[in-house]
Design a protein around this ligand. Structure first.
Ligand code: SAM
Length: 294
């Protein structure tokens, strides 16, 4: 019986890993490259959080997990002149874009296109692991966090920013709700399926880190106002607000209807100054690699 369950889990994990590779090396990765200025503007408050956390620890060897276009990688390198910062990301397109943007940066940064869940840096021990929304897409989170643990120097710190639940992030999930109201009911989705909200459940996150050998796990909620210009709303909805279905599989006109209705709902977030503002409900996961505890 157990082996049947194990085989099912192995095949689900493989499928999830393949899907994520395709997603971030396909249209989504391209969109994150072309929309990098917009995304960096919207996520700017989190860049400050990432830098503050890194500065408090003052590390020497940093791994930036799911570094995307390298914004956090380069910012940490600038803030910590004594540190070497390595960015790893599944998306070749985003790593290429990071390399282009980082041409002016010095030898203290390096970038690698690889799966952070499995890639082992042979000749490095990291004393700090950081991530701005780059760690919720692992097919097997325990494998990923165990891999980080193996590459961690004693007393290394981990500080990862992740979204809380979809229910707490109503702005980000409006597209999905609008779509759900117009589509046939879909089977309920496992909340731990790789995706932005996979690490919303604090008990699950703590258990995942503890199983992976991390100690002193602390999960701190944080609410931040993000903003962007209302003239970008239409583009945001079409390119960056997932509606939970493949639009190519929808009857003609339905995707347009869903996007249009989502834009109408999100106009409620526009202030008199023409800015869209929304609450981003996130959490900071912190943990220590303590060799005494293993
Ligand atoms: C939401 S984006 C965040 C990007 C970047 N951290 C930022 O804040 O701009 C998620 C990133 O995680 C990366 N990613 C997803 N799964 C990954 C994996 N298994 N290994 C490495 N990177 C991964 C994606 O390619 C993508 O760049």
């Amino acid at each position: 019986m157990n082996s049947v369950i194990d085989q099912k889990n192995v095949s689900t994990t493989r499928r999830w890993a393949e899907e994520q590779k395709e997603v971030w090396n396909g249209q989504m990765g391209e969109t994150w490259v072309t929309e990098s200025s917009f995304i960096d503007g919207m996520l700017e408050p989190f860049l400050q959080v990432v830098i503050e956390k890194a500065t408090e620890e003052n590390p020497r060897e940093v791994l930036d997990v799911g570094c995307g276009n390298g914004t956090t990688t380069f910012a940490i390198a600038r803030a910590l002149p004594q540190a070497t910062v390595t960015g790893i990301d599944l998306s070749q397109a985003m790593i290429n874009s990071a390399r282009m943007r980082g041409l002016e940066h010095d030898a203290r940064t390096s970038l690698l296109a690889a799966d952070a869940e499995t890639h082992y840096f042979e000749n490095k021990k990291f004393d700090y692991f950081t991530s701005r929304f780059g760690c919720m897409f692992f097919a097997d989170p325990v494998a990923a966090f165990s891999n980080f643990r193996k590459m961690a120097a004693d007393q290394s710190q981990l500080s990862f920013l992740v979204w809380r639940t979809p229910q707490e992030n109503t702005f980000m999930t409006t597209g999905q709700r609008v779509a759900a109201s117009r589509l046939q009911p879909m089977p309920p989705r496992d909340p731990r399926t790789p995706g932005p909200f996979a690490f919303g459940d604090t008990k699950y996150v703590s258990a995942t880190l503890e199983k992976s050998g991390w100690s002193n796990v602390v999960i701190e909620p944080l609410d931040v106002t993000c903003q962007f210009d209302a003239s970008d709303l239409d583009g945001f909805v079409r390119k960056l607000s997932p509606i939970g279905v493949d639009t190519r599989e929808l009857p003609e006109g339905l995707a347009e209807e869903i996007y249009g209705a989502t834009v109408v709902e999100l106009r409620n977030f526009e202030g008199s100054d023409g800015q869209i503002r929304f609450n981003a409900a996130v959490q900071i996961i912190s943990a220590t690699a303590d060799n005494k505890s293993i």
